[in-house]
Write a protein that binds this ligand. Structure first.
Ligand code: ATP
Length: 348
């Protein structure tokens, strides 16, 4: 595939890093957690491009919040008072998808007992969110390309062309460039979609957001489920921060719901977490080590303990080394040497 004239995410982010998030326009991000640098960059990018009407392609693993960001783009744009219509192209059977997208005329196929308005027409004036666009058949890809190029389509079984004024936001969990190379996705459609790419990081790439997510879901669940689970132990939170979250934010939201509903009140403790999560974490968490029958290597245990305390002090001071060194009553140079030795790095 040749190089495309796209706006590179990183280059764009560099420019945007200087721009503060506009607090008067942050309504669009209500209920969206994102204190990490990576998410703040995304919010700035959304603010910058929302009104441009350019096509946006959101990419990210399942459960990273693609749907939420698509909606925020709409709410941030001048189309906010018009419809936001979402369709999951991967969840609708191939033979029905065309009619869902473009509508159909009465009698055009068995079961078409009346004219039906499709999602594109329903979204007229607003935004259409084509979720999982990478799962669409080649035939439909051609039809989507036509809408992107000419902003018009024909309903199934109809010959009258309908014109629409819609902003297109698409999303996929697939690597579309790779799908193009494999011949599964049309190159021309890829370039039409890939005008403004937004890459949502996996949750494990923005671990500093995890405590905020925990607090957010706890608050929300307590008010909707009338529960009173009001805190989480440091140990349990550390385990959650270390976990890899293959299902991303959706997995975290579902786990919080399970814990809050079952527990009902009090503090979330390490024993409330699933075993697989606890098993993944012990080597990294501050747990009081237990001396088993085989004994324990004292110097390894002490190093591990030191490493965790240094990490904690850095997190507490937002990685300002002078302050972290003061908290630990050591010289800055000693702290820097230990950070290097333990290869400690700031989470996103
Ligand atoms: N930053 C966030 N703040 C608050 N909630 C979030 C955030 N990101 C995701 N969620 C929640 O996680 C769940 C999954 O989000 P969403 O459906 O937008 O993800 P997705 O990437 O579109 O997933 P899929 O690829 O499976 O469609 C939703 O319940 C959503 O509200």
């Amino acid at each position: 595939m040749q190089n495309s004239p796209i706006i590179e995410n990183d280059a764009l982010n560099e420019t945007l890093q200087e721009t503060p998030v506009d607090s008067d326009k942050t309504d669009a991000f209500d209920g969206i957690v994102g204190e990490s640098t990576k998410m703040q960059d995304i919010f700035r990018l959304v603010e910058r491009v929302a009104d441009s009407d350019s096509t946006i392609l959101i990419n990210g693993e399942t459960g990273t919040g693609k749907g939420l960001i698509a909606h925020a783009i709409h709410k941030q744009s001048y189309r906010r008072d018009q419809p936001f219509v979402s369709i999951n192209c991967g969840a609708i059977p191939e033979n029905l998808l065309e009619s869902e997208l473009f509508g159909h005329v009465k009698g055009s196929f068995t079961g078409a007992t009346a004219n039906k308005v499709g999602k594109f027409e329903a979204a007229n004036g607003g935004t259409i969110f084509l979720d999982e666009i990478g799962d669409m058949s080649q035939d439909l890809q051609v039809k989507i390309l036509k809408v992107l190029e000419e902003r018009c389509f024909e309903p199934v079984g109809g010959c009258k062309t309908t014109k629409v004024d819609v902003r297109i936001v698409a999303a996929t969990h697939r690597d579309l460039e790779e799908e193009v190379q494999k011949g599964n996705f049309r190159e021309d459609l890829f370039y039409r979609l890939y005008v403004i790419p937004i890459k949502l990081p996996a949750l494990k790439e923005r671990r500093s957001d995890i405590p905020h997510f925990v607090a957010h879901f706890m608050d929300r669940l307590n008010s909707t489920k009338t529960t009173a689970v009001d805190s989480i132990s440091e140990e349990a939170l550390n385990v959650m921060i270390q976990y890899t979250w293959p299902g991303n934010v959706r997995e975290l939201a579902n786990l919080m719901e399970r814990i809050v509903v079952i527990k009902g009140q009090g503090e979330i403790e390490i024993d409330d977490l699933p075993r697989k999560m606890r098993d993944e974490a012990p080597k990294n968490c501050i747990l009081s080590p237990e001396i088993t029958g085989e004994g324990l290597c004292l110097s390894t245990a002490v190093s591990e303990f030191e490493k965790r305390l240094i990490y904690q002090s850095l997190e507490k001071t937002k990685w300002v080394k002078n302050r972290a060194a003061k908290l630990l009553h050591v010289k800055r140079t000693t702290l820097v040497e230990k950070i290097k030795r333990y290869d400690l790095q700031k989470c996103a």
